[in-house]
Design a protein around this ligand. Sequence first.
Ligand SMILES: C[S@@+](CC[C@H](N)C(=O)[O-])C[C@H]1O[C@@H](n2cnc3c(N)ncnc32)[C@H](O)[C@@H]1O
Length: 338
Amino acid sequence: MESLPPVGVSMEALLAALRAVAEPTRLRLLILCARGELTVSELAQILGQSQPRVSRHLKLLCEAGLVDRFREGSWVFYRASAGQAASALARHLVAACGESDATIALDLQRLAAIKRQRAEQAAAYFRDNAEQWDKIRSLYVDEREVEAALAEIVRAAAPRDLLDVGTGTGRMLEVLAPAVGHALGIDLSREMLAVARVNLERAGLENGIVRRGDMYQLPLPDGSFDAAVIHQVLHYADRPAAVLFEAARVLRPGGVLVLVDFAPHTLEFLRDEHAHRRLGFSNVEVDEWCVDAGLVPAPARHLPGDPLTVVIWTAWRPVAATAAAATGAAVREPAVTR
Ligand SMILES: C[S@@+](CC[C@H](N)C(=O)[O-])C[C@H]1O[C@@H](n2cnc3c(N)ncnc32)[C@H](O)[C@@H]1O
């Protein structure tokens, strides 16, 4: 059970939040928004209600500070509020509700089906594009510049070992493995891993391996790597904060997380034709997620391009790290799936 709302929430704000959530549809919406970033059409589909009706309820939840709304191009996402005082109340209510109620259980089943569908679409895209991925990537920005900047950051950190989350064709391993003792690439797609293995063999990399795994549940124990890299993966995630949290979990104290992705942009076709879910990320949101994951963000480095700007975010796990960010994370044995 979550802690009670912190001191500092005014009685007026608390009553407004309680009033907003004291309605069945809005309580259901709050519970769903606590489980990921969802669009109105996805929420309407789960609830079996019209989009205008769902939008009206969402508006009230947003006004009460329980849910955050953010627009990206033509899509609008909703998620349970992270920054506002009322979010403590939201977490408390969601935890109190559990999943035993029949209506909530059905909502969660439908949510799971939607997430499965999204994952299948992304997997199909990656399957179809595995071999051409390197070519597609080069359309966006000059990768050599990005790779050089990334290699410089990693070399300066002098990690013994490195984890590449969402390794794809293994390109980051090719670039970074020479700077470390041991490098592991994790990816969900068997097709991508097949391409990566071919590439690593061809490059003669003996200290770089790939394994199948999910970035939301890395098959690795806490504190097992000095460096983790997430290169051009986060914009596919429907729960980007969870991906960062999981990468942070496997970092040792003093370890570094390097995230490479796009600055906010408006290229909708990346979403329509290339399965991107997010059109870039702001420094503020990435820094917030890092702090929430127990990391200390460093200033981001921008590599402006036309039309896309690549950003390299770096964040460190403090040496005197508490296990706070990793609390509750189960230690899993590596799932070796060749
Ligand atoms: C655009 S590719 C980037 C690959 C690589 N990081 C690079 O920059 O060359 C994104 C990769 O993320 C992987 N991916 C997507 N969802 C994933 C998940 N849940 N867990 C692990 N990998 C995932 C995809 O299979 C794909 O290989």
